[in-house]
Design a protein around this ligand. Structure first.
Ligand code: NA7
Length: 559
């Protein structure tokens, strides 16, 4: 039997949840399909110890409901995964979202029926759904990357991936644990795993530039000041390149009791945007190497993110990188381990900035071993552990913190076939091509929330999500209101947009030849090397989207 709806939504993370709410309020009949057993998306799947958002919670929260803003309490400035998932659950309950979500259901194919102007969806539970519109709310980091290591399936211990962490607590207390990967997930998990396990072995391919995260509790005064100013704050987000208001709680600051380091204002928030803040700050080349080192000794590694020149001038970048390495040498007691932890072949600003709690300190523990797999490569996974060129490391548990097939992975895995039987995998053979990261020529009435070519992961995701869902909702109303059956991006609009996305990324640290990040797809063997997010800034992007809509959806055709 085929169910018929107005809009099908794939995914019930933060994007899918808001899409249900928004489209329902427009009077549309929606159905969302979700592979997980509940809402939350990223925050549902990434339950590994230490998982935490790198954006302050007062900003990484929905802005569509004033009542929600006024009532939800955040316990910490940067919330941990359980709090964010609790928030998602609260939103689902509060707005009764679950009645329109089919859980434990994975979409296996999506086909466009041209004659009927309908999308037909099949699921792994044998369901069939049809709707004129389909919205892909599948997330940017939702398909885990499992490296193809020899012997991987022979390991007899437990295998886990940070992006698919079990719901039941994992007891590691008597376990020898190995972890592969030192990106954000690995860096967050490693200190916790070291505390929880009998012994931890870290298999590192690329060392990371990580700085201490703000770990403060939320002060009631700060939260209240945000609540009092939320309309202004949401407006400030709309005008910030990364979708962050940068709001400074003035009253909260004044009322701060003494110098309690465990209470928070947001003023001590490290940059969550991977670009260096503050044109007002000095250049690192204005300081002598001794002055730079003294600054790090006083203020910590995070200070190196605030030099205006480090992100734009290769010489300044290398000065910051070298000072960072000196900082690592100050923090890590064993000189050999410290050298292994020093990144050398890429610079600060190439990858997403990683924030940690006690990362470098963890390598001073007796029960933690660092293995540099460039020095001693992994030869094979064995039934008992991992064998590198220097010998076997016996393990009871092997954890992959090896990241995701980012931005395009989930879309390509869904088996999408558009008009004329054209498959998305063919359209994107040489890399993603979209108009505004929202729509695709050849795929009428299909929308992507925070798709490649939109600010997405370079922006506060919730801000990006709300903007996309609002735009899509308005577009659907426009199409229906004008009696059209379908809207489709024009190929020339798409080409022009892709050229612009590439142009603004050129010459930035993100696309330096030495840079191999998941932004570029460089973490997945065989994936085309294309810088996928839009780096031109959220306000510029948003204005372009608004202009397209105001000009009767220029760049689109209608049927
Ligand atoms: P990342 O940032 O892609 O990190 C993955 C890590 O896994 C990284 O250190 C990789 O090394 C390593 N890796 C991947 N494949 C292998 C193999 N085959 N052998 C050894 N090491 C490997 O993913 P995360 O989950 O940490 O973070 C993703 C985003 O989520 C993050 O940026 C935040 O936005 C939230 P490499 O650097 O490729 O040499």
């Amino acid at each position: 039997m085929t169910e018929r709806h107005d809009v099908l939504i794939v995914g019930a993370g933060f994007a899918g949840m808001y899409a249900i709410y928004r489209f329902r309020n427009q009077g549309l009949d929606v159905l969302a399909l979700e592979a997980g057993s509940d809402v939350g998306g990223t925050w549902y799947w990434n339950r590994y110890p230490g998982a935490r958002c790198d954006v302050p919670s007062l900003e990484y929260s929905y802005g569509f409901s004033e009542a929600l803003e006024q009532q939800w309490d955040w316990p910490e400035v940067f919330s941990a995964q359980p709090e964010i998932l609790a928030y998602a659950n609260h939103v689902a309950d509060r707005f009764d979202l679950r009645r329109d979500i089919r859980f434990n259901t994975r979409v296996t194919s999506l086909d466009y029926l041209e004659d009927e102007s309908l999308w037909r969806m099949h699921t792994d539970t044998g369901e069939r759904h049809e709707a004129p519109f389909c919205v892909m709310a599948t997330g940017c980091l939702s398909v885990p990357n499992m490296p193809d290591l020899p012997g991987a399936d022979t390991f007899t211990g437990r295998v886990l991936h940070t992006g698919r962490w079990p719901k039941q607590p994992v007891d590691l207390s008597a376990s020898r644990v190995g972890i592969i990967g030192t990106g954000s997930s690995g860096v967050q998990a490693i200190p916790e795993l070291a505390r929880q396990s009998e012994h931890l072995t870290v298999f590192q391919r690329s060392p990371v530039y990580t700085v201490p995260a703000n770990r403060k509790r939320m002060r009631a005064e700060v939260q209240q000041e945000f609540r009092d100013n939320y309309r202004k704050i949401r407006d400030m987000q709309q005008h910030s390149p990364g979708g962050f208001s940068g709001f400074r709680p003035f009253r909260g600051e004044q009322s701060k009791a003494g110098n309690d380091p465990e209470t928070a204002t947001l003023s001590a928030v490290p940059a969550a945007e991977p670009v260096g803040p503050g044109a007002e700050s000095v250049g690192i080349l204005d300081l002598t190497p001794e002055q730079r080192r003294a600054l790090v000794a006083q203020q910590g590694l995070g200070v190196l993110l605030s030099f205006r020149d480090a992100y734009v001038d290769p010489e300044a970048n290398e000065a910051a990188n070298e000072t960072f390495r000196d900082g690592i040498r100050m923090l890590v007691e064993d000189p050999q381990t410290a050298e292994r932890l020093c990144p050398r072949d890429y610079g600060i600003g190439c990858k997403r900035q990683v924030l940690d709690r006690d990362y470098y300190d963890t390598f001073n523990r007796d029960d933690v071993t660092l293995v540099d797999v460039r020095e001693t490569p992994i030869e094979t996974i064995t039934p008992r552990g991992i064998r590198t060129s220097s010998g076997e490391h016996e393990l009871d548990v092997l954890i992959y913190a090896t990241g995701f097939d980012a931005m395009t992975g989930a879309l390509l895995k869904t088996n999408i076939t558009g008009a004329g039987g054209r498959r998305l995998t063919d359209k994107w053979e040489h890399g993603p091509v979209t108009f505004l990261g929202l729509a695709l020529s050849g795929f009428p009435n299909l929308f992507t929330v925070t798709g490649p070519g939109s600010p997405s992961v370079l922006c506060n995701m919730i801000v990006a999500i709300e903007q996309h869902v609002n735009w899509i909702g308005d577009c659907i109303d426009y199409v229906r209101g004008h009696g059209y059956q379908a809207i489709e991006a024009l190929p020339e609009a798409e080409d022009e947009w892709v050229a612009h996305v590439n142009e603004v990324a050129e010459g930035t640290m993100y696309t330096a030849p030495s840079c191999n990040s998941w932004y570029l797809g460089a973490n997945i063997p065989g994936k085309p090397r294309i810088f996928m997010p839009y780096v031109g800034g959220y306000p510029r992007y948003r204005e372009r989207c608004e202009q397209v809509a105001a000009n009767d959806y220029e760049g689109f055709s209608f049927r």
